[in-house]
Design a protein around this ligand. Structure first.
Ligand code: NDP
Length: 265
C-alpha cells in the first residue's frame, strides 16, 4: 500500500462511530492525522472512541455527539474542532442512512425527511467547516453517496432521488470551491457491510441463518458481479484517496465502490 504521512493534518468524519465512518477514521489515524468524529448516539460514539484509542494509544482524537441535521450542534462540533486542533484539512460527509420505500408508500413527510437528511448532511457540515478548510494547504471534502444516484431502485425511491440531487450538489460545490483550492468528490457505494445491514439482518434473516449466508444470498439476488457485500474498509480506502493529495488533480468526480453493480458504460 502507498504510504502517506498526514501528521499535523486534521480529518473530520461525520458518522464516525460505526461502519464506513469508523473504518475511515482508522485509516486517517493510521496515517498520523488528528481525527474528529461525531454521531448522535453517545454510547455508540463512546464505544468507537474507546476502540480507536485502544488501537491508536497516541491518537489525537475528538469524539463529540452531534446530529448533522441540527445547525447548532454542527456549529458546536466545528467550534470544538477549532478549539482542540485549530484546523481542518479534510472533511468526510458520511453520516446518514437509507430509506426503503416505494413511491406508493412514501408520504410527504417521509419525502421531506429523506431530502433533508441527504442534502443537509452535506450542506451543514460543509458550511460549518468551510472557514477552516479555506485556511488548509490541500483541503478536501469527500461525500459518501450511493450508486443509487445514477442507478435508481424503485424500492428506495426517495433515497435514489435524493442521492441524484446530492451528486449534482457536489459537482456545483466542486466548481464553486475550486478557486479556493478545495476539492470536492464523492464515492458511490453499492452494498457495504455495516451497522445498517447488521440491523436489517437482525430483522429479516430466517431463524438460524448466519450473517455470511444471508449476505451471500442477497449478493446473488442483487446480481453483484463480485459476489459479495463490500467491506467498510474498502469504502474507506476510496474516501482516503479522495481526501488526500493522492488525488490532488481530481475534483467534482466520484469513485464507484459497488462491486461492479453499475450497469452503465
Ligand atoms: P452505519 O449505520 O454503520 O453508520 C452510520 C453512521 O452515521 C453512524 O455513526 C451513525 O451514528 C451516524 N449517523 C447517522 N445519522 C446521523 C446524523 N443525523 N447525524 C450524525 N451522525 C449520524 O452505516 P454505514 O457505515 O453503512 O453508513 C455510512 C454512510 O453510507 C451513510 O450515509 C449511508 O447512507 C451510506 N450508504 C451505505 C450503504 C451501505 O450499504 N452500507 C449503501 C449506500 C449508502 P448515530 O446513529 O449514533 O448517529
Amino acid at each position: 500500500m502507498i504510504q502517506i504521512d498526514l501528521t499535523g493534518q486534521v480529518a473530520v468524519v461525520t458518522g464516525g462511530s460505526s461502519g464506513i465512518g469508523l473504518a475511515t477514521a482508522e485509516l486517517f489515524l493510521r496515517a498520523g492525522a488528528s481525527v474528529a468524529i461525531c454521531g448522535r448516539d453517545s454510547e455508540r460514539l463512546a464505544q468507537a472512541e474507546a476502540s480507536l484509542k485502544t488501537q491508536f494509544p497516541q491518537a489525537q482524537l475528538l469524539a463529540q455527539t452531534c446530529d448533522v441535521l441540527d445547525a447548532d450542534e454542527v456549529a458546536a462540533f466545528a467550534q470544538a474542532v477549532q478549539a482542540r486542533f485549530g484546523r481542518t484539512d479534510m472533511l468526510v460527509n458520511n453520516a446518514g442512512q437509507g430509506r426503503v420505500s416505494t413511491f406508493t408508500d412514501t408520504t410527504d413527510d417521509a419525502w421531506r425527511e429523506e431530502l433533508d437528511l441527504k442534502y443537509f448532511s452535506v450542506i451543514r457540515p460543509t458550511r460549518a467547516f468551510l472557514p477552516m478548510l479555506r485556511d488548509a494547504s490541500s483541503p478536501a471534502v469527500v461525500c459518501v453517496n450511493s450508486l443509487l444516484a445514477l442507478q435508481p431502485e424503485p424500492h428506495m425511491v426517495a433515497t435514489s432521488s435524493a442521492r441524484a440531487g446530492v451528486l449534482s450538489l457536489i459537482k456545483s460545490l466542486a466548481v464553486e470551491l475550486a478557486p479556493q483550492r478545495i476539492r470536492v468528490n464523492s464515492i458511490l457505494i453499492g452494498i457495504v457491510e455495516s451497522g445498517q445491514w447488521r440491523r436489517r439482518y437482525a430483522k429479516e434473516a430466517q431463524p438460524g441463518q448466519s450473517w455470511e449466508d444471508w449476505t451471500a444470498e442477497l449478493a446473488r439476488k442483487k446480481n453483484i458481479p463480485l459476489g459479495r457485500f463490500g467491506k467498510p474498509e474498502e469504502a474507506a480506502q476510496a474516501l482516503f484517496y479522495l481526501a488526500t493529495t493522492l488525488s490532488s488533480y481530481t475534483t467534482g468526480s466520484h469513485i464507484d465502490v459497488s462491486g461492479g453493480v453499475a450497469r452503465h458504460v
